[in-house]
Design a binder for this molecule. Structure first.
Ligand SMILES: *Cc1c(COP(=O)(O)O)cnc(C)c1O
Length: 312
């Protein structure tokens, strides 16, 4: 008898966005006259920038010639894209990272969902509330959620309320937590954290040997001074934070698929007997085993985002 991962049965209904999609489709079918403004899953509305399209076309032509054809690429991503990221996203803000601390992927949804695999099941997970559902659901699937409680939350997950009363700024947890998901600028509230507010979380993680999983998918929309673009602008963050970035919102890549995750070699997790292990090593092992890299063509398209024309 084949048994299933029963953690999946703990998830209420289907994935939130599929459920919203289903309801919207049903409503539209029943009310063809109605103009529906959907506040469910967001998507970009503009086509890819011309510089990206041009680069994609060139890369397709390269695949047609024996001298320039590409087969399997590096699982972690091509150097030409990683170097552009290092230069334009980090060095330009005074952050020095190494090429093997960047992992190119096919999306931040996948990365923020997959990253929990490298952590032990006994960890206590904290999320801001409301939250992007991927963080919670993937931990529930792995067995870190416990059961759904009457209040609608999972009993082993620590929810950090963000509401009008606290100005949508989460407070440090009263109970010790190990894995902290932060997303800034935030989906769904649209709020940001100042450097001082974010520093509290970095300090908390350092004091408690916790890790921060920092989703910065909306980084490109920051216009205000004093709002960190990267968590690595904060003191000590390189010891405790993994950062997720995506071309989805920055450059309209939701359907094209390209993102990256930064895992500094100084970020560690611990064995049960307290030995520190670099998370970079574990994530590299995970990616090289389960992922075969983003298509060369798509990475060439993403690299064009960093040309002057691509920055429109
Ligand atoms: C859109 C979004 C992402 C990016 O997802 P991709 O898989 O890269 O398209 C990540 N996190 C949040 C919170 C988002 O809203």
């Amino acid at each position: 008898m084949v048994t299933i991962n029963e953690n999946y049965l703990k998830l209420p209904g289907s994935y939130l966005f599929s459920e919203i999609g289903r309801r919207v489709a049903r409503f539209k079918a029943e009310h063809s006259e109605a103009t529906v403004i959907s506040l469910g899953i967001g998507d970009v509305t503009r086509p890819l920038p011309p510089a990206v399209i041009e680069s994609l076309h060139e890369a397709v032509d390269e695949m047609a010639r024996p001298e320039t054809f590409k087969g399997y690429g590096p699982e972690q991503g091509y150097g030409f894209l990683i170097n552009k990221i290092l230069e334009h996203e980090y060095r330009s803000r005074g952050i020095e990272l190494e090429a093997d601390e960047i992992f190119i992927s096919d999306g931040s949804k996948c990365d923020t969902g997959n990253i929990q695999e490298i952590f032990g099941l006994e960890n206590v997970v904290a999320v801001t509330d409301p939250v992007y559902p991927v963080y919670v659901d993937t931990n529930v699937m792995a067995g870190r959620g416990g059961d759904l409680s009457a209040s609608g939350g999972f009993e082993r997950i620590v929810y950090l309320s963000c509401n009008a009363e606290n100005g949508f700024i989460p407070e440090l947890p009263k109970k010790r937590v190990d894995i902290i998901y932060l997303c800034y600028p935030n989906n769904p509230t649209g709020t940001t954290l100042s450097k001082a507010e974010l520093q509290k979380w970095v300090d908390y993680a350092r004091e408690n040997q916790s890790v921060i999983l920092y989703d910065a998918a909306y980084e490109a929309f920051i216009r205000e001074e004093g709002v960190p673009h990267s968590i690595y602008e904060l003191e000590g963050a390189r010891e405790v934070a993994i950062e997720f970035r995506s071309f989805s919102k920055t450059a309209g890549f939701t359907g094209t698929r390209c993102a990256y995750t930064v895992v500094p070699k100084s970020v560690v997790g611990y064995t049960r007997d307290g030995k520190a292990v670099p998370l970079n090593q574990l994530w590299n092992r995970r990616q090289t085993t389960k992922f075969n890299g983003v298509s060369y063509i798509i990475q060439r398209g993403a690299a064009a985002v960093y040309t002057p024309e691509g920055q429109w």
